[in-house]
Write a protein that binds this ligand. Structure first.
Ligand code: ADP
Length: 175
């Protein structure tokens, strides 16, 4: 999708390989590493990332914190903590939307023009991807429209995630 010199893409790939100003990490509240995309990002970035994360003293659900990217092709990592899915009546939608918004806020503050997102919360945190995808897409398009970020990529790690995002995109009100 391209609008007003801005671009949004949904791709199948590995976020650690993306050549963008910042990649987003779906972290846990300790910021001290975990499995899934968090483990992959720490493994690719090297030990400097964990050292910087230790100084941040954690991160609350729905918030985000910035570090450098160390050995990654990306200059920065934005660590955000998605909600754990508890059935949908515990504020999960708003917390998930907040993750994407906070990432754009930090991007804007730090001169970041291109950003790659993983599918926040839909792995170990159990958020159904069909429900998460329209929230993610809405917030990403809003972020592109309201900040100086001009390129956003949703990086899906497997086919089912990719298909859910493509279908949410096709069915959404944004085009
Ligand atoms: P959460 O705890 O927020 O659910 P996970 O890391 O368990 O985070 O999963 C979030 C998403 O990230 C899942 O769709 C998972 O398949 C995906 N993922 C795992 N590794 C990578 C990677 N290297 N690049 C992009 N996405 C990844």
């Amino acid at each position: 999708m391209i609008f007003e010199d801005k671009s949004f893409s949904i791709i199948l790939g590995d976020i650690t390989k993306q050549r963008v100003d910042a990649i987003v990490n779906a972290a846990n509240p300790t910021l001290l590493g975990g499995g899934g995309v968090d483990g992959a990002i720490h493994a690719a970035a090297g030990p400097g990332l964990l050292e910087e994360c230790r100084k941040l003293k954690g991160c609350q659900t729905g918030q985000a914190k910035l570090t450098r990217g160390y050995n990654l092709p990306a200059k920065y990592v934005i660590h955000t903590v998605g909600p754990i899915w508890k059935g949908g009546k515990s504020g999960e939608q708003e917390l998930l939307a907040s993750c994407y918004r906070e990432c754009f806020r930090l991007a804007e503050q730090n001169g970041i023009r291109s950003i790659a997102f993983p599918s926040i919360s839909t792995g170990a945190y159990g958020y159904p991807v069909e429900k998460a995808a329209p929230i993610a897409i809405k917030e990403i398009i809003t972020g592109l429209k309201t900040t100086a970020v001009n390129k956003a990529i949703m990086v899906c790690f497997n086919n089912s995630t990719y298909n859910a995002y493509m279908s949410a995109y096709k069915n959404g009100p944004w085009h």
